[in-house]
Ligand binder design. Structure first.
Ligand SMILES: *Cc1c(COP(=O)(O)O)cnc(C)c1O
Length: 222
């Protein structure tokens, strides 16, 4: 079933779009099944769960983890050593803590900045002007020399209104274009992570380069 679901989703994605399998709340056996079917990138949203699963799945060659949830600064050591990308950086406080951790560890951490576009106030993320300010600092005074800025992540409003979803995605896409023009020195600022199970076809139409899909692969979460 998981293999068929993966196949079906991949057949709908243009080749330049990366599929991230969101495995939160699903057991390691399900991840192993997806890995055996060829899927390599998985994402988790809770530090403890990520930590436990990466331990259990260490033997899966080539398996990569992304973090997509709200990350508290006291949980960094449970997450940062194990992930190739933190997609959900949503505050300067968190970014500062990641910089500090990375400097101490002698590593560079790849991140996406989460942009707030949904109508729900409750959703996390930066507003446009905060992202601009951050990247001006990053490129101006080298404040974040241990951070690799790889792009933006966004979540659309939770609604059946496809036009609202399209408007949300388009807003992130447009801001990405603007930032790429403004900061050509950020040569790795290329990933636009938009789209989940319910809305990824719209996201792809809006220029997404990375989709984060959970339930359409693994089924509903318990
Ligand atoms: C859970 C989650 C997803 C996947 O959602 P599905 O609807 O199951 O595809 C994608 N992105 C983030 C940030 C999530 O927390």
């Amino acid at each position: 079933m998981i293999a068929e679901n993966l196949q079906k989703i991949l057949s709908q994605l243009p080749p330049q779009v990366t599929l991230v399998a969101v495995s939160k709340f699903h057991p390691s056996d399900a991840i192993r099944e997806a890995w055996a079917a060829g899927q390599r990138i998985f994402a988790e949203s809770r530090p403890q769960e990520l930590f436990a699963k990466q331990e259990e799945l260490k033997d899966c060659a080539g398996l990569e983890w992304h973090f997509i949830g709200h990350l508290q600064t006291n949980k960094l050591k449970m997450v940062l050593p194990y992930v190739s990308l933190v997609q959900s950086v949503d505050s300067q406080h968190l970014l500062d803590a990641i910089e500090k951790w990375a400097a101490a560890a002698g590593q560079k951490v790849s991140v996406l900045l989460e942009m707030h576009v949904a109508l729900e106030e409750s959703k996390q993320g930066f507003y446009e002007e905060e992202i601009l300010e951050l990247l001006l600092r990053a490129t101006g005074d080298g404040a974040y020399s241990h951070i690799r800025f790889c792009g933006l992540m966004g979540m659309a409003t939770n609604t059946d209104d496809a036009e609202q979803v399209r408007a949300d995605f388009t807003r992130v896409r447009s801001y990405m274009d603007y930032l790429q023009d403004l900061f050509p020195e950020l040569t790795e600022f290329k990933i636009l992570s938009l789209g989940m199970s319910a809305d990824f076809p719209i996201a792809v139409e809006c220029g997404s380069t990375m989709v984060r899909i959970g339930s359409a692969i693994f089924g509903e979460r318990g």
